[in-house]
Design a protein around this ligand. Structure first.
Ligand code: C2E
Ligand code: CA
Ligand code: CA
Ligand code: CA
Length: 279
């Protein structure tokens, strides 16, 4: 080949080309999967109250590849954002969840709220409200069975628009949680102006809360802050009894993590919903 005479070209260039083409193929595969829809599977992780009773669910997406592997969202959400595919992907998840809630109601199962993760871009897009609203109307699902989890980064980009959009969602009784609370560009100022319902304490603080004075204090502060603003708190990534007891004693309202339940497929969730005490 031509490059043979130059070491740097021979070694460097093909590698670059490989990486670019790998990225291209990955995006292409993602685009096709989103069009097909069926490669994406939604699993559900229960959230519990201080007694350990399931009170709601979080929907988490998985990509089932044709070769049999299951890809976790950590590996494709960012690619979807970069390739401008995130809104399409999230619409797919929203639609799946609302259809599922409608099915559960028709089966006579005790309905509980389902939380859906939402990117900042989608939250700020003009199409979100209409899309969600139409599905809720069409399937006769009350908005109170939906919650959106958004990360605090989006509030920095356009706080006025965030307030406006969150207010319209709240008018439909959809609740709003701030996900990964404490890890972003926190400004305590936005908390008093934003119509949010829940602060979700990030796993990084929960991890060592019972053994590190600093992390314990951070959890304590978030829980007190939330209480003083009339917001609920939920701790994510609770893996041990010690973490659960520590946070419960601080007054944390809800808990989510492997100590209680892992994200589970539909059949397992339905079995759990069937056992829920009637309200
Ligand atoms: P997240 O919203 O912070 O979701 C929690 C993640 O922590 C989930 O990972 C969940 O499986 C995992 N987790 C739950 N309990 C525990 C625990 O006790 N210990 C540990 N170590 N991990 C726990 P997953 O499903 O891989 O999701 C990763 C991230 O991908 C999510 O983080 C979320 O930001 C994003 N994501 C997932 N589904 C969607 C979606 O439908 N749309 C969007 N935009 N993002 C999504
Ligand atoms: Ca989340
Ligand atoms: Ca989270
Ligand atoms: Ca987190």
């Amino acid at each position: 080949a031509k490059e043979d005479g130059r070491d740097n070209v021979k070694i460097f260039q093909p590698e670059m080309a490989n990486q670019a083409s790998r990225q291209f193929h990955y995006e292409q595969a993602l685009r096709i999967a989103i069009q097909e829809q069926s490669p994406f599977v939604v699993v559900y992780q229960p959230k519990v109250d201080a007694k350990g009773t399931i009170v709601s669910l979080e929907a988490l997406v998985r990509w089932h590849h044709s070769d049999g592997t299951v890809i976790s969202p950590g590996q494709f959400i960012q690619v979807a954002e970069e390739a401008n595919l995130i809104i399409e992907l999230e619409k797919l998840v929203i639609s799946r969840v609302i259809h599922q809630v409608a099915l559960w109601r028709n089966k006579g199962l005790q309905p509980i709220p389902v939380a859906i993760n939402l990117s900042g871009r989608h939250l700020l897009s003009r199409e979100l409200y209409g899309f969600v609203s139409e599905l809720l109307d069409q399937l006769q699902v009350p908005g109170e069975w939906l919650e959106f989890e958004v990360t605090e980064g989006v509030f920095v980009t356009d706080i006025v628009k965030c307030i406006e959009i969150l207010t319209t969602l709240k008018q439909r009784n959809i609740s709003i949680a701030i996900d990964d609370f404490g890890t972003g560009y926190s400004s305590l100022n936005y908390l008093k102006t934003l119509p949010v319902d829940v602060l979700k304490i990030d796993r990084t603080f929960v991890e060592d809360c019972a053994i590190s004075r600093e992390d314990g204090k951070i959890c304590d502060t978030i829980i007190s802050l939330a209480a003083s603003l009339n917001l609920k708190t939920i701790a994510e990534g609770v893996e041990t009894l010690q973490q659960f007891e520590f946070l419960r004693n601080l007054g944390c309202n809800e808990f989510q993590g492997f100590y209680f339940y892992r994200p589970m497929p539909l059949e397992d969730i339905e079995a759990l919903l069937e056992q829920l005490p009637a309200k």
